[in-house]
Ligand binder design. Structure first.
Ligand SMILES: Cc1cc2nc3c(=O)[nH]c(=O)nc-3n(C[C@H](O)[C@H](O)[C@H](O)COP(=O)(O)O)c2cc1C
Length: 196
């Protein structure tokens, strides 16, 4: 079987397995598809995220490989390198945020970004729990995707590829090198009982 890369967090700390094992691969099994029930689980994991004042300023569009929408997003919405690997995933999830609040005023962009980030991470961990892998992409054609989706009043935050991880066999060298590269983190990300 073609080698599957695993890149668990390099820490001695006791981490929940889903948290430890999550990482962002770029190789997906192109024969894998998501069932309607799986798509619903992914959507619901996003929908039940916390948000500021429970404002839920989000929308998630799941475009499955083989659909007309997926083709359009893949061809026009994913720039450069992302466009070479992300369409192989079983789905492209587009995360959008509302521009205005319920009173019609501009939403606080920090609150909105935080809410979308929390909902996205729930989606990613749900995917991981289903034996899948997800990869966030900010390097996308935000305006092109907004236009494709007819998403008036919303901005496109990120796209997230979701699918079954694929093996290294037959993959481009550039992709294989990135898959095998170690995951790195700053040592000083958190402080315990200590000031800056
Ligand atoms: C907001 C955001 C935007 C990102 N944009 C891209 C992208 O355009 N292309 C890409 O290959 N990875 C992208 N990534 C993935 C990061 O590079 C990746 O999460 C980071 O290197 C840590 O690796 P890990 O997720 O495997 O732990 C993005 C991640 C986030 C959170």
């Amino acid at each position: 079987m073609s080698e599957l890369v695993a890149k668990p967090a390099d820490t001695k700390a006791n981490l929940e397995k889903l948290v430890r094992d999550r990482w962002s691969p770029r190789i997906y099994d192109t024969s894998h598809t998501l069932s309607a029930a799986e798509l619903e689980s992914l959507g619901e994991s996003f929908r039940w995220a916390p948000s500021s004042s429970n404002s839920q300023p989000w929308k998630l569009v799941l475009a499955t490989r083989g659909s007309a929408l997926h083709k359009e997003i893949s061809e026009q919405g994913l720039g450069g390198f992302n466009g070479s690997w992300a369409p192989n995933a079983s789905a492209l999830a587009i995360v959008l945020g509302e521009e205005k609040n319920s009173k019609g005023d501009d939403r606080n962009p920090v609150d909105t970004a935080y809410d979308l980030g929390l909902a996205s991470m729930k989606l990613i961990i749900q995917a991981e729990s289903m034996g899948l892998k997800a990869h966030v992409m900010g390097g996308i054609e935000h305006e092109a995707i907004k236009k494709i989706l007819n998403a008036k009043g919303h901005f496109v935050m990120v796209a997230i590829s979701i699918g079954l991880q694929g093996g290294l066999e037959g993959q481009d060298e550039a992709i294989v090198a990135r898959e095998k590269a170690p995951r790195e983190r700053k040592e000083d990300a958190y402080l315990i009982d200590q000031k800056f």
